[in-house]
Design a binder for this molecule. Structure first.
Ligand SMILES: CC(C)(COP(=O)(O)OP(=O)(O)OC[C@H]1O[C@@H](n2cnc3c(N)ncnc32)[C@H](O)[C@@H]1OP(=O)(O)O)[C@@H](O)C(=O)NCCC(=O)NCCS
Length: 196
């Protein structure tokens, strides 16, 4: 059994695993159809499942995520899986099918160099998993990770026509405003409450 299957089995028995390092996320969510989805921090060993995930996205989903329909390069996938945890956080959602781990979503933030308390965030859910509640789970986990890491704000941009992202952002209390230079892009900003 691979590590995700073991983690899924353990989560199913005990509920979410709380005893993890401060900056790690490991949480089991059960979809309405009963599928167990493990939300966990990304690791360098996730290159293959991240690559399969991004290459499996429809053109439309990839376009909304990258604002371009191009396929990401191997350098980008390497960078997305070998993150610098001092500046970046990423949570992936994985399921196990016949013993094989498959990534079905990701949410991440990255701080610009010199920025210490705000991160630019992005999120994508595989086409088959959209509108099933996973985006909300991923964003919840990302916000938790960002707060644990001391961030005070998450921000991002989305195409104004991206009703799903605008809807998700509004549901989580992001402020949504027109981007100064491009009316078809909207700015998103969420103030994070510090951990008590
Ligand atoms: C945006 C995205 C991450 C949402 O993920 P999701 O798993 O489909 O979202 P959820 O099912 O968790 O829905 C959460 C909320 O988002 C909003 N939402 C999601 N899809 C929506 C849609 N098609 N239209 C309007 N609102 C939508 C709703 O408020 C929804 O809450 P509700 O179900 O109570 O109405 C997903 O659509 C996606 O990956 N899109 C392509 C990539 C992208 O656009 N990324 C964002 C740019 S960085």
């Amino acid at each position: 059994m691979d590590t995700t299957a073991i983690a899924l089995a353990r989560c199913e028995k005990t509920g979410a695993i709380a005893d993890v390092p401060a900056e790690a996320i490991r949480h089991l969510w059960k979809a309405k159809d009963g599928t167990g989805v493990l939300l966990r921090s990304i690791e360098p060993g996730d290159y293959d499942i991240e690559e399969a995930f991004v290459n499996g996205l429809s053109q439309s989903t990839r376009y909304k995520r990258l604002m371009s329909a191009r396929r990401p390069t191997s350098d980008e996938i390497h960078r997305w899986t070998h993150i610098d945890r001092r500046r970046e956080g990423a949570v992936i959602a994985v399921i196990v099918i016949e013993g094989v781990e498959r990534q079905v979503g990701v949410a991440r933030y990255a701080m610009e160099k010199g920025d210490h308390d705000a991160g630019e965030c992005a999120i994508a859910v595989s086409d088959a998993w959209q509108r099933r509640g996973l985006g909300a789970q991923l964003l919840t986990a990302l916000i938790e990770l960002a707060r644990r890491s001391g961030l005070k704000r998450l921000y991002g941009t989305t195409l104004a026509e991206n009703e799903a992202m605008v809807g998700l952002a509004l549901r989580f209390g992001f402020q949504v405003s027109y981007h100064a230079d491009a009316g078809y892009v909207w700015d998103l900003s969420l103030a994070l409450t510090p951990l008590g």
